[in-house]
Design a protein around this ligand. Structure first.
Ligand SMILES: *Cc1c(COP(=O)(O)O)cnc(C)c1O
Length: 470
C-alpha cells in the first residue's frame, strides 16, 4: 500500500515509513493510505456472526501488502488480540460495544498492541533501540506502555501530568518496569506534549538516538481500531432479525471523541464496506469539532478539564485526516454531532443505569446521552427545522442523511464504551451511589510500588535526563 500525506498529495511512502515516522516532519502532515480497498464480499455478505480475528486479518492485509507477509500478519494479530470487543445489548435498539477487555481496560489497547508489534517487526534487523516518547493525558500512556512492555528492540518513555489524571490511571503509569518508564511532570498535559515535541525537533538528540512517537496520529494505531467497527457492524446486522426484530436496520456508531482517532478509524471501516449508516461525534466541553460542524469554522483552543478526561482535547489531531478525506458538507451529512458538560456526564451515567441497568463510564455516558436524545425526539426536531444553539449542550443543527431511519425506528445505535467504568470509579460513584466492580487486572496494580521519575516542566532538565538515560 502507498501512503500519502494530508498536506501534500505528491508524497508517497510505504507502510514501514509511515509507521516509523509517525508523521511527516517535512510538511507537518499526517499519513493516510491512498485507497481503502473493499473487504471481501464473502465477509461483508455473510449472514452468520463474524470472527473478530478473521475480520482483523482481512482488513489489515491490503495495508501491509508487500511488507508483512500474511502469515506474519496473522501471527501479529493473534498475539495482539487474546481479547476481543464485546457487543452487549442494553435495550431493544441499543448496543454497547465494550472496548475495554484488553490489559489496560481502555480501547487504546486495540491500536497500541498492533502498533507495538508492527514497529517491532519493522525494527527487527536494527541493532539500535528505537526510543518511543509519548505524552499522555491518561489512557494513551498505559496502553502504549503495556503494549510495548518487553517488546524487543524498543523502549518507551511516558510523560504524564502529575496529579492531573485519575489515581488509578496514575497507578497504571507509574508501575511499569524494564523497558518502559514514566516521568511524572510538574505541569499540564500540554506541557508534557510540548516537552516531547521539542525533543523530536532537537537535532542533537535526533543525531544520537532513534526517536519515534506513539500517539494517535500514527496510522498503525488507526487501522486496527477499524477492526472492531467492521466486526461490530457485521455482528449487529447478523443479530438484528432476532435481537432487534428488524430485518436491515441502519447502524449508527456513537463515538465519544477527543483526538478523533477512534472516529477516523470508523470512517476507514465504512469506506472498506462496513455496514455503517452514520456516526455521532460526541464530545465533552472540549467542543472544537461540534463547533466546526455547526459553524463551518475550525478553531483549535486550549483544552479544559472534564470528568471524561481522556477526551480533554482542544486541538483534535485527526481533524486533519477527516478534513482531508471529506468536505464539510459530507461530514454534516454523515455525522450528527453532540456535546455535553460535566452535569450531562453525571446525568448520562445515572439515566443509562436507571433505564437499562448498565453501568457506563464517563466517556461512554456522553455517547449514551447523544444517542438517547437522538432517538427520543432530538433528530425529529432537527428534521422539522429546529435550530439548536450550538453553544449549549446538545445536538448541532445539521440533519444527517440517516435521520429518516431514526424517525422510522429502523436504526440500531452502537455506543462505543471506551473504558471500564472502574477506571473512573469516583465519578461513577458520584452518579449512581455505588462503586463499579474493579476487574482483577486493575486490582493487581493497586499494590505495586510507584516507580515514576519526578520531572520539572523544563526542557533542559528533560533533555539532560534523556541524554543520561537512553
Ligand atoms: C482516548 C480516549 C477517548 C478519545 O479517543 P480519540 O481517539 O482521542 O477520539 C475516549 N475515551 C477514552 C476512555 C479514551 O481513553
Amino acid at each position: 500500500m502507498i501512503y500519502t500525506d494530508t498536506r501534500d498529495s505528491s508524497v508517497k511512502v510505504d507502510f514501514k515509513t509511515a509507521v516509523i515516522n509517525g508523521m511527516n516532519s517535512k510538511t507537518g502532515g499526517l499519513y493516510i493510505p491512498v485507497e481503502f480497498p473493499r473487504m471481501p464480499e464473502s465477509i461483508l455478505q455473510s449472514k452468520i456472526e463474524p470472527s473478530f480475528r478473521t475480520v482483523a486479518l482481512e482488513m489489515a492485509k491490503p495495508y501491509c501488502a508487500g511488507e508483512i507477509p500474511d502469515e506474519d500478519l496473522d501471527a501479529i494479530i493473534q498475539d495482539a488480540y487474546p481479547f476481543i470487543s464485546k457487543l452487549n445489548q442494553i435495550d431493544p435498539s441499543t448496543y454497547v460495544l465494550e472496548l475495554f477487555h484488553g490489559p489496560t481496560c481502555a480501547f487504546k489497547d486495540f491500536g497500541a498492541r498492533f502498533m507495538a508489534r508492527v514497529m517491532s517487526y519493522f525494527n527487527r534487523e536494527n541493532k539500535d533501540n528505537l526510543h518511543i516518547l509519548v505524552a499522555t493525558s491518561g489512557d494513551t500512556g498505559s496502553a502504549v506502555g503495556s503494549a510495548f512492555h518487553n517488546v524487543p528492540g524498543i523502549d518507551v518513555t511516558i510523560l504524564y501530568p502529575e496529579g492531573k489524571i485519575s489515581p488509578l490511571q496514575e497507578k497504571q503509569l507509574s508501575t511499569f518496569t524494564g523497558n518502559v518508564r514514566a516521568l511524572k511532570v510538574k505541569g499540564t498535559f500540554d506541557d508534557c506534549q510540548k516537552l516531547v515535541k521539542t525533543a523530536f525537533v532537537d537535532n542533537e538528540l535526533r543525531s544520537k538516538f532513534r526517536l519515534s512517537s506513539a500517539n494517535s496520529i500514527n496510522i498503525s494505531r488507526l487501522l486496527p481500531q477499524g477492526f472492531y467497527y467492521m466486526y461490530a457492524s457485521l455482528l449487529a446486522k447478523a443479530k438484528a432479525p432476532v435481537s432487534n426484530k428488524m430485518q436491515d436496520p441502519a447502524i449508527i456508531m456513537t463515538v465519544p471523541s477527543g483526538n478523533f482517532g477512534n472516529l477516523t478509524s470508523g470512517l476507514i471501516a465504512q469506506k472498506m464496506g462496513a455496514p455503517i449508516a452514520g456516526f455521532v461525534a460526541a464530545t465533552n466541553s472540549n467542543r472544537t469539532i461540534p463547533d466546526w460542524i455547526a459553524t463551518g469554522k475550525y478553531e483549535a483552543r486550549p483544552s479544559v478539564e472534564t470528568y471524561a478526561n481522556a477526551m480533554d482535547v482542544g486541538a483534535p489531531s485527526n481533524y486533519e485526516r477527516i478534513a482531508a478525506m471529506y468536505s464539510l458538507d459530507e461530514v454534516r451529512s454523515m455525522f450528527a454531532s453532540y456535546w455535553t458538560d460535566n452535569d450531562g456526564i453525571i446525568n448520562g451515567i445515572q439515566e443509562c443505569h436507571k433505564k437499562t441497568g448498565y453501568v457506563i463510564d464517563p466517556h461512554g455516558a456522553i455517547a449514551w446521552k447523544a444517542w438517547d436524545e437522538i432517538r427520543n425526539g432530538g433528530m425529529e426536531a432537527l428534521v422539522k427545522g429546529a435550530k439548536n444553539d450550538f453553544t449549549k449542550p446538545g445536538l448541532t443543527s445539521n440533519v444527517p442523511s440517516w435521520a429518516k431511519e431514526i424517525i422510522n425506528k429502523n436504526a440500531v445505535g452502537i455506543l462505543l464504551e471506551t473504558a471500564d467504568p472502574a477506571k473512573f470509579g469516583a465519578t461513577v460513584k458520584q452518579a449512581i451511589g455505588k462503586d463499579p466492580v474493579i476487574p482483577e487486572r486493575l486490582q493487581k496494580i493497586m499494590n505495586l510500588p510507584d516507580q515514576a521519575i519526578p520531572m520539572e516542566n523544563d526542557y533542559n532538565k528533560f533533555k539532560d535526563w534523556l541524554m543520561a538515560t537512553l
